[in-house]
Design a protein around this ligand. Structure first.
Ligand SMILES: N[C@@H](CCC(=O)N[C@@H](CS)C(=O)NCC(=O)O)C(=O)O
Length: 214
């Protein structure tokens, strides 16, 4: 049985919950509260010394970083796949996923926002402006890329969701949470809506997690 160290509102944990559900892999959730700073204390630091969720335990093997967890799960449990079979399509969906994983999420993570407020003295309005700026830059790039490369279908690449969709949906959840305007991204919103109607995505939604706080 797999163990997932997760926090309901963590978008990177949300990614891994979707991956596990998509592949039909049962797991035991181990809840790590970010507001309580559980991620910076024992015992969690014994699992991931970087002090960030998610982390996955498979037997006595522990792994952190959602995208590394993705590659591990995809290789270990190739079917149902989250990568297309065609090499160029595989590269394409990784490119889209990296817009979120490398160019949006790291700039807007909790520790960055906390640093802006507590060390650099930004007020809430300035912090939200920072957040919205990097969300907009990334989502614009994602939306424009779908148009530029012209892949069609119901999802980011064709008619099956994949790793790009797995990254997109939690990022849009975060954007909504922070009140970002999503009207400039009609393709992204439509794709996410389709994904959210699928059980593996719905069952991974933050609001359905046992550690969710109203
Ligand atoms: N690149 C990492 C990022 C992990 C990460 O930053 N997780 C966030 C939650 S979404 C976290 O633990 N934040 C705690 C903090 O910033 O103090 C991944 O993809 O797993």
């Amino acid at each position: 049985m797999l163990t997932l160290y997760t926090y309901w509102r963590s978008s990177t944990s949300y990614r891994v919950r979707i991956m596990l559900n998509w592949k039909g892999l049962p797991y035991r959730p181990e809840y790590v509260s970010l507001p309580r700073m559980d991620h910076r204390a024992a015992p969690f630091l014994g699992t991931n010394p970087q002090g960030l969720v998610p982390a996955l335990q498979d037997g006595d093997f522990e792994l952190a970083q959602s995208m590394a967890i993705f590659e591990y799960l995809e290789e270990r449990h190739p079917s149902p796949a989250l990568l297309p079979s065609d090499i160029q399509r595989r590269a394409y969906v990784r490119m889209l996923a990296n817009i979120v994983a490398c160019d949006i999420h790291p700039l807007n993570n909790v520790r960055i926002l906390r640093h802006l407020e507590q060390r650099l003295g930004l007020d809430e309005a300035a912090r939200n402006d920072w957040y919205a700026t990097w969300i907009a830059a990334g989502l614009q790039a994602f939306e424009a890329s779908l148009e530029h490369w012209g892949w069609d279908g119901d999802y980011c690449c064709g008619d099956e969701p994949g790793i790009a969709d797995v990254c997109l949906v939690p990022q849009l959840y975060n954007a909504r949470r922070f009140g970002c305007d999503l009207r400039p991204y009609p393709r992204l919103v439509a794709i996410a809506q389709r994904c959210e109607s699928l059980l593996p995505f719905a069952a991974a939604h933050p609001s359905t997690q046992a550690d969710a706080v109203a």
